[in-house]
Design a protein around this ligand. Sequence first.
Ligand SMILES: [Zn+2]
Length: 152
Amino acid sequence: MFFERRKKEAQQKVLEAIERGQAVLSSNSVAEVREANETLRTVWSDDDHDNTEALSLMVKLDARIGELAQSAIERMAHPCMRCGCGEHRVSEAFRIRDFDVPGTWMNSPTLRMWVCASCGVVELVADDLTEIKEPFFKHLIRAPDPKRGPFR
Ligand SMILES: [Zn+2]
């Protein structure tokens, strides 16, 4: 009896997460799609991976996250700061593990490595700016406005 009720609750959570996942499939917010995908993956796992519709929707949500990430990367493209070349090789997203932060260990934000196709200069770019926060990112530095001249 208890297990039947628990199973029904798990199935209901999967159905709700499927509804939410289908609703955000056309969203342009990576965070929204990623959150719906992670929720669906969690409740699907709690339901012993029984729902095949959930599995095919997660494949679609993964593909949508990939599309949104790709268009975000294309919007960030700029000429190389060193040689002016406009072509870059961009890595998959990754994290640097075990950052030694005073008092703790952390992982880095999700990063991508951009490498200039001509001169090889490397930039690391954060995928999600909401991950750029304390305690690892303590300092916010504002560059002076170049249009204001030497007198401020
Ligand atoms: Zn370059």
